[in-house]
Design a protein around this ligand. Structure first.
Ligand SMILES: Cc1ncc(COP(=O)(O)O)c(C=O)c1O
Length: 416
């Protein structure tokens, strides 16, 4: 908790100093990377930490007594503590997974299968990434529970009265919601959703994939039962995700994956399980990746912390919204104002297909994402087949937004 409190102290991001730490910016092409929402670039500190650990201190964890095994244990356990503290959680409530997708599947397969049955309801929202939709859809199909959707309004926001209506029925077992939408940029009122859901005895799963890279997150203060996020969007490596589970729930959750490291006693015909988070980490974990993700957490702290990152990204988002509004025929989806919005803009361009737009932008080395961004039902709900998304990071500058706007005007000219 102290780390989170420290990171919320006002600090200004030195963007030039931040940019100097990203090797991709040394390439001669002048790449304008506006695709951090899909995956963030890696600063040197993260690459170096993984290189040094992998070269000098590497061994498998939790099963050796030799020098390297002891060093690897210390590094892995230390990384978990750093990762947990970064978001106001504790190591004892922090499960390392492969991705946030795996984290959500873990909750659905373990807690979900044990607690959700016929006649129950699971509530999610229309704005969910497939990672926080398909596991609940499949759980409901398997168990006979009903999946209900909170709708978005014209500005991409939720209506909590609708949530109250669902909760009033008394059948809701779980509410699963994105902290920040990866398409709309909507920042959902998670603490309030948790408060209302808990009052109705429903559990809450938060998908923090887009929130953790962009803002100070305090999992304990939010009160969510399950909070998942993913390493590669926080300037860390791929292959690692994080799931925070409230300690009192861990004991009632059956294993997700079974095998080595998650057991207590194994006999020929039966097995007993390890307790706590250990039960959910079957097999060799992503050790080097955990070291890399901890380095990414430290790196964000070193540039001013999440409070400085969000202040910078809100300025960039405000600038982007203003510049994009200058382009005829372009419609940004999601909340119209930058304050309280995630650091990304998705837009539809009248008469132009998002893939054509992305192609023209790529010719100018402007990297954006086109398509449905793993949120097909959301695009259906908006009545838009696909969008182009520009997403921002600590290294994004207003010059890069200008480059985006110039390239969009060129796309408009080419396809006119
Ligand atoms: C909101 C949201 N949830 C979940 C995911 C899935 O992340 P991963 O592929 O790392 O599991 C993403 C990735 O784009 C996302 O933006």
């Amino acid at each position: 908790m102290t780390d989170v409190a420290a990171s919320t102290a006002p600090a200004t991001l030195d963007v030039a100093a931040v940019r100097a730490q990203f090797p991709y910016l040394e390439r001669p092409e002048g790449i304008v990377y506006l695709d951090s929402g899909a995956s963030a670039q890696k600063p040197r500190a993260v690459l170096d930490a993984m290189h040094e650990f992998g070269g000098l201190h590497y061994a498998n964890v939790h099963r050796g007594v030799h020098r390297l095994a002891v060093e690897a244990d210390a590094a892995y356990d230390g990384a978990r503590a750093t990762i947990a503290a970064f978001v106001g959680s504790t190591a004892r409530e922090t499960i390392i997974t492969k991705s946030v997708t795996e984290a959500i599947n873990l909750v659905a397969a373990s807690w979900g299968a044990a607690n959700v049955g016929e006649g129950d309801e699971v509530v999610i929202t229309q704005m969910e990434h497939h990672a926080n939709l398909v596991p609940w859809q499949q759980l409901c199909l398997r168990t006979g529970a009903t999946l209900r959707y909170l709708e978005i309004d014209a500005e991409g926001r939720l209506d909590l009265d609708q949530l109250d209506g669902f909760l009033a029925g008394g059948r809701v077992k779980l509410v699963a919601v994105a902290h920040v939408s990866n398409v709309l940029g909507t920042r959902n009122p998670v603490a309030e959703i948790v408060r209302r859901s808990h009052a109705a005895r429903a559990r809450v799963m938060v998908d923090g994939a887009q929130a953790v890279p962009q803002e100070p997150v305090d999992v304990a203060a939010l009160g969510a039962d399950f909070y998942g996020w993913t390493g590669h969007k926080l300037y860390g490596p791929t292959g690692i995700g994080v799931l925070h589970v409230r300690r009192d729930l861990l004991a009632e959750m059956p294993p997700f994956l079974t095998g080595g490291d998650m057991i207590n006693v194994v006999d020929f015909h039966e097995t007993t399980w390890a307790t706590g988070i250990q039960r959910f980490e079957a097999g060799t974990p992503p050790i080097v990746e955990a070291v890399g993700l901890a380095a990414a957490c430290d790196w964000v702290g070193s540039i001013g912390g999440p409070a400085a990152v969000i202040a910078h990204e809100e300025r960039i988002t405000a600038y982007a919204l203003g510049r994009l509004a200058e382009i005829d025929g372009l419609t940004v989806v999601g909340p119209p104002e930058a304050a309280g919005r995630g650091a990304l803009t998705s837009f539809a361009f009248e008469g132009l297909h998002p893939h054509d737009v992305a192609e023209i932008l790529a010719r100018r080395e402007v990297c954006v994402r086109a398509g449905q961004h793993c949120a097909e039902p959301l695009h259906r709900a908006m009545g838009i087949p696909a969008t182009t998304r520009a997403s921002f990071a600590a290294h994004t500058t207003t010059d890069e937004i200008d480059a985006l706007v110039d390239a969009l005007r060129e796309a408009q000219r080419i396809f006119a």
